[in-house]
Design a protein around this ligand. Structure first.
Ligand code: ZN
Length: 75
């Protein structure tokens, strides 16, 4: 996966949460600026909504909760 600033990060696994929503587990802590909350943070998880990469906090506000994720992993 390639971040907005062009850095490539290794993705360990991707969970398909819904048609447009994905959650990516990264191989290492990655510094990332979330376009939605505009905060720099280090994440080992990134969400994506369509083409937009989001921090886990903003991704959670897309309607994803622990239960939805657990169901996806069980598929
Ligand atoms: Zn955010």
């Amino acid at each position: 996966m390639v971040l907005v600033d062009g850095r490539a990060v290794a993705v360990v696994s991707t969970y398909f949460v819904s048609a447009a929503l994905r959650l990516h587990s990264l191989a290492e802590l990655t510094e990332f600026r979330c376009p939605r909350c505009d905060r720099h943070q280090e994440c080992a998880l990134l969400g994506s909504a369509g083409e937009e990469l989001l921090c886990p906090g903003c991704f959670g506000q897309c309607g994803v909760d622990g239960k939805a994720l657990a169901r996806t992993e069980g598929l």
